[in-house]
Design a protein. Structure first.
Length: 227
């Protein structure tokens, strides 16, 4: 647990018998969790003499890729942005009567909790000509929520312990909390996994994606009344 506390001491005097000491305390806690959802973003791309031909190639590649992905247990599938644009081949730049090629591209996002299954699928799609834009582990929503709840619980426990410790040092007793503030941070991303891109369809292994624990933090603050 990482703990950071700031102590500001003030006195609220309501008479000799009713003196109160007000402390402003803050505390933080960190919980380490292992990412449990692997996310891959791939692209189907094609270049052709006409826009229609480039789009047809991309459409065919995406149809096969989505069919294969939807048939893989535990993998969710979503298609992303679709782009078509004209470009001049580098060898023809500046030449009279320069022709233009057409390029088309669409993204495909895959998610799954079984890393071995997903990286095998990604490797198959690489061999079919799709390019990997991103591959990495993240903390699933429910896992992050539970980790934040645990970090908050630990931070609150630390806050109470510091309040009681301060009371003992000052020769007082802990009475109550006022104006309690909770601030849960989002999981911090870990290092990007090693990513091995495909070479030839016959020899390329699937990519490698190794998860590493990330921190989920929570901070709490409160005004503490001592008597």
């Amino acid at each position: 647990m990482l703990r950071a506390a700031m102590l500001v001491l003030g006195f609220l005097l309501t008479g000799p018998a009713g003196a109160e000491t007000l402390l402003h305390l803050s505390e933080s806690a960190r919980v380490m969790v292992r990412p449990d959802e692997l996310v891959a973003t791939l692209r189907a791309e094609a270049t052709a003499a006409t826009a229609a031909e480039a789009q047809a190639q991309v459409n065919t590649a995406m149809a096969g890729a989505t069919a294969l992905a939807r048939g893989t247990a535990g993998v969710s599938v979503a298609t992303g942005s679709y782009s078509v644009w004209a470009q001049t081949p580098p060898r023809d730049l500046g030449r009279p009567g320069t022709r233009q090629d057409w390029r088309a591209s669409q993204t495909l996002t895959l998610r799954g909790s079984d890393g071995a299954v997903l990286v095998t699928l990604v490797g198959t799609l690489q061999q079919r000509g799709l390019a990997v834009s991103q591959l990495g582990w993240q903390v699933a929503g429910e896992t992050a929520r539970l980790a934040r709840a645990e970090a908050t619980k630990q931070a609150l426990g630390g806050l109470r312990a510091r309040a009681e410790e301060a009371a003992r040092i000052l020769g007082l007793r802990f009475d109550s909390f006022r104006d309690v503030r909770l601030d849960a941070a989002r999981p911090q991303p870990g290092p990007m996994p090693r990513l091995m891109l495909a070479g030839s369809a016959s020899a390329a292994p699937p990519p490698t994606a190794e998860a590493e624990e990330v921190a989920v933090e929570a901070s709490v603050g409160a005004d503490v009344v001592l008597k």
